[in-house]
Design a protein around this ligand. Structure first.
Ligand SMILES: Cc1cc2nc3c(=O)[nH]c(=O)nc-3n(C[C@H](O)[C@H](O)[C@H](O)COP(=O)(O)OP(=O)(O)OC[C@H]3O[C@@H](n4cnc5c(N)ncnc54)[C@H](O)[C@@H]3O)c2cc1C
Ligand code: SF4
Ligand code: SF4
Length: 363
C-alpha cells in the first residue's frame, strides 16, 4: 500500500525521507520551502531539490514537519490562536488589518516597505538577534541569508518572484549560535516553520530559537529557469542582469529594466512559468505568521499588514510608536479584494489537489 494511504498523520517514526520523496518531492507537490533541509543534517539541497545524503532508518522528522505531507489547519489554528477561524475569516485569523508604510522607505521596497521596517524594528528592540531574509544575486537568483544589521535587512527589500528554499538559511543562523531568529517569507515557508514550532515530538533541534515569523501574501511563484528563459529573455529580450524590478499590478506581470522601461504581460500568460508546487497551495496571506504583509488591499506605496499573534501585535505597536511605520485605515474594498483572491487561491488548491492526487492537506 502506498505510504500516503497508509499514514495520514504519522508520528516521526512511521514515515521517513523515502515517503517524503515519494509523496512530495517526486510528485511535484514540494514547494521547495527548505524546511526539511534546515533541520536535518542528513538532507541537503542538490540539483535544486532536497536530497538525502546519509540514510537514517530511525528518523522521519522531515516527513512530520514538511508542510506538504499533511497539514491540518484547524489543528494548527487551535494551537496557535486558541480557536479555529469563522467562515468569514478568509484571510485567516487576525487582530488588526491596516495599511502601513515604512517612514524610511527605500526605492527597493516592493510596496510600503513594511516588511523591512518591521524586521529592522524587531532587531533594534531586541525581539530578534538576526533575520533570515531573501536577497538576490545579479542574475536574480535568490540568496537567502542571515542578516544581523539593519542595512543587511534593507538590502534585501523587494520581491523576487522565484521559488526559494529560504528556510534552509535558518540552519546557518542556528549554527552561528543565534537565539532569537526572525524570518520573513512566503506562506509555504511560514507553514513549514510553524509546523516545526508546534511540533509535539520530544526533540529539540533549534525550534525554540525562532522568535518571529513575518509572512508575505503570495498568490503564486515562478520557476527561475522557466521565468528567465521563457519571459525575461524569450518574450522581452532582456538578460536577467538588466532587470531592475519585477512587480505584479492590476492583473499584469511587469518587468522594469535598468533604463526604467516597463515590459508587461497579462498575469494569465505567465501560468506556464509557475512553479508546479504552487498548485496545491491554499494560503494567500501567510495565515500562520505572527504578522502578515502584502500588497493587495492597499494603494501604491503602501503595504497591507495583518497582526495575528501576541508577538506580531507587539512588534507592530512598537514599530508604530517608534515611528518606524506610519499607518492609515485599510479600505473595506481593499479587504474585500484580498478576501476574493484568497478564495480564488483555495479554489485553485482544490482543483490542483484533485489533479495531482494530493491528500492530507486540509484547510
Ligand atoms: C513570490 C511572492 C509572491 C507574492 N505575491 C503576492 C500577491 O499575489 N499579492 C500580494 O498582495 N502580495 C504578494 N507578495 C508580497 C509582496 O510582493 C510584498 O513582498 C509585500 O507586499 C511586502 O512588501 P514590502 O514593501 O513591505 O516588503 P519589502 O520591504 O520590500 O521586503 C520584502 C521582503 O520579502 C522577502 N522576499 C523577497 N522575495 C522573497 C522570496 N521569493 N521568498 C521569500 N522571501 C522573499 C525579502 O527578504 C524582503 O525582506 C508576494 C511576495 C512574494 C515573495
Ligand atoms: S515542501 Fe519543503 S519540507 Fe517538504 S520536501 Fe519540499 S522543501 Fe522539504
Ligand atoms: S504559491 Fe504557495 S507554494 Fe507557491 S511560493 Fe506562494 S506560498 Fe509558496
Amino acid at each position: 500500500m502506498a505510504a500516503k494511504e497508509k499514514f495520514a498523520e504519522p508520528t516521526y517514526l512511521e514515515c521517513g525521507f523515502g515517503e517524503l520523496e515519494y509523496k512530495v518531492i517526486k510528485s511535484d507537490v514540494c514547494c521547495r520551502c527548505g524546511t526539511c533541509e534546515a533541520f536535518c543534517p542528513r538532507i541537503e539541497h542538490k540539483e535544486n531539490k532536497p536530497a538525502l545524503v546519509n540514510y537514517d532508518p530511525l528518523c522521519g522528522l522531515c516527513f512530520t514537519y514538511c508542510p506538504r505531507t499533511f497539514l491540518d489547519m484547524g489543528a494548527m489554528e487551535s494551537r496557535l490562536f486558541g480557536r479555529t477561524r469563522n467562515e468569514d475569516e478568509a484571510l485567516g485569523i487576525y487582530r488588526k488589518a491596516v495599511s502601513a508604510q515604512a517612514k524610511a522607505r527605500t526605492g527597493m521596497a516592493q510596496d510600503g516597505g513594511a516588511a523591512t521596517a518591521l524586521l529592522v524594528a524587531a532587531l533594534e528592540s531586541g525581539m530578534i538577534d538576526c533575520a533570515i531574509i531573501t536577497d538576490r544575486d545579479e542574475e536574480w537568483r535568490t540568496v537567502a541569508r542571515v542578516a544581523t544589521t539593519a542595512d543587511e535587512i534593507r538590502a534585501a527589500a523587494g520581491t523576487k518572484y522565484t521559488i526559494s528554499n529560504s528556510v534552509f538559511a535558518v540552519k546557518d543562523a542556528l549554527e552561528k549560535g543565534y537565539k532569537k531568529i526572525g524570518f520573513v517569507g512566503t506562506p509555504c515557508q511560514i507553514q513549514g516553520l510553524r509546523k516545526v514550532l508546534l511540533l509535539d515530538e520530544p526533540y529539540q533541534f533549534g525550534q525554540d530559537k525562532i522568535a518571529l515569523l513575518v509572512g508575505l501574501f503570495c498568490m503564486e511563484n515562478f520557476d527561475y529557469d522557466a521565468l528567465m528563459t521563457g519571459l525575461v529573455k524569450g518574450k522581452f529580450g532582456l538578460e536577467p542582469k538588466d532587470v531592475a524590478r519585477f512587480e505584479i499590478k492590476k492583473g499584469m506581470f511587469r518587468v522594469i529594466d535598468k533604463t526604467g522601461k516597463a515590459h508587461e504581460v497579462k498575469i494569465a500568460e505567465t501560468d506556464r512559468f509557475t512553479f508546479p508546487g504552487c498548485g496545491p497551495c491554499f494560503d494567500f496571506t501567510s495565515e500562520l505568521a505572527d504578522i502578515s504583509v502584502g500588497s493587495v488591499g492597499s494603494g501604491d506605496g503602501w503595504s497591507t499588514v495583518l497582526t495575528r499573534t501576541d508577538a506580531g501585535e507587539k512588534l507592530y505597536a512598537e514599530a508604530l510608536a517608534k515611528g518606524s511605520v506610519q499607518e492609515k485605515a485599510v479600505s473595506d474594498k481593499g479587504l474585500a479584494l484580498a478576501k476574493r483572491l484568497a478564495a480564488d487561491k483555495v479554489k485553485r488548491f482544490e482543483t490542483k489537489c484533485a489533479e495531482m492526487s494530493v491528500s492530507g492537506i486540509t484547510r
